[in-house]
Design a protein around this ligand. Structure first.
Ligand SMILES: O=C(O)CCC(=O)C(=O)O
Length: 268
């Protein structure tokens, strides 16, 4: 699926933008399904705003971002999308043949007031030993600079884990890593951004008149061990492509239990 140049870019820069994975028909359906999930969850009074807390936004206007985890739990179309042949082939091209689900989340940045994300690494939220963890952002709308497109510090994954500005909300010092210095990655509907979880990334406010819609699929090599028992999610450990050579025994969190010996028959 990916060219050697795209694979090299993922290794060198920590991210790559891939086009042509999903058809227009597939994208239309997936967008409708995300809208419907969010509407149903709003009717159920679920708490959907995912705007990050913290001082980083003290000079910004009030904003909101609609969000839900676990799209594959709510929609069969999304369950099919995360095992899509070309989608998982692109991920396999950057982490190897076996691709395991960690979690999914949908984001809708509403027009004019869609929240920014402070610059951060995903690593401290779910640290792993070999750093194979990455994410695929599937764009269900265009994402221009004005719409608060995804933004990165290219090559920053090579810095390794960095200290966070606060102990509870795990973003980086906004003076050292301002969003203004990040490279903007404007995207068209259908583009998929693959990036390593050590890459410094974030995004600006959606100031446009259109909603920015994305679904993020977090993935890993199944033999990469979590180093902390954190961030369990629906269907975590499910294989999206290939096999788990260790049958769930290596990953520790959220995957299959160690095989247990059969219970002895009850005494008669
Ligand atoms: O969608 C974005 O702009 C950023 C999302 C993000 O950084 C995250 O969920 O960790």
């Amino acid at each position: 699926m990916l060219t050697p140049e795209q694979i090299r870019q993922y290794e060198q820069d920590g991210y790559v933008v891939v086009s042509g994975i999903f058809t227009t028909g597939e994208l239309d359906l997936l967008e409708r399904e995300v809208d419907a999930i969010i509407e149903r969850r709003q009717r159920q009074k679920a708490k959907l705003d995912a705007t990050w807390r913290g001082d980083w936004k003290k000079d910004l206007p009030p904003t909101v971002i609609l969000h839900t985890h676990d799209v594959q739990a709510y929609s069969a179309a999304w369950a099919r999308a995360i095992v899509h042949e070309r989608f998982t082939e692109a991920i396999a091209d950057v982490i190897g043949p076996n691709v395991q689900l960690h979690h999914t989340k949908a984001f809708i940045k509403p027009p004019e007031k869609g929240s920014a994300f402070p610059m951060h690494q995903d690593y401290p939220y779910f640290p792993h030993a070999r750093h194979t963890m990455g994410a695929a952002i599937i764009h269900l709308s265009d994402a221009t600079e004005e719409m608060g497109c995804f933004s990165v510090y290219p090559g920053s994954h090579k810095l390794g884990p960095l200290p966070c500005a606060t102990p509870d909300v795990l973003y980086l010092d906004p003076v050292q890593y301002p969003i203004e210095r990040a490279k903007r990655l404007p995207a068209a509907c259908g583009d998929v951004v693959l990036f390593n979880y050590l890459l410094i990334h974030g995004s600006d406010i959606n100031r446009s008149s259109r909603a920015r819609k994305t679904v993020l699929v977090q993935f890993r090599d199944p033999t990469d061990r979590p180093t902390a028992d954190v961030h369990r999610s629906h269907a975590q450990g499910m294989m999206l492509r290939g096999i788990d050579p260790l049958e769930g025994r290596s990953t520790g969190t959220g995957t299959l239990d160690e095989a247990k010996p059969p219970k002895p028959p009850a005494a008669s």
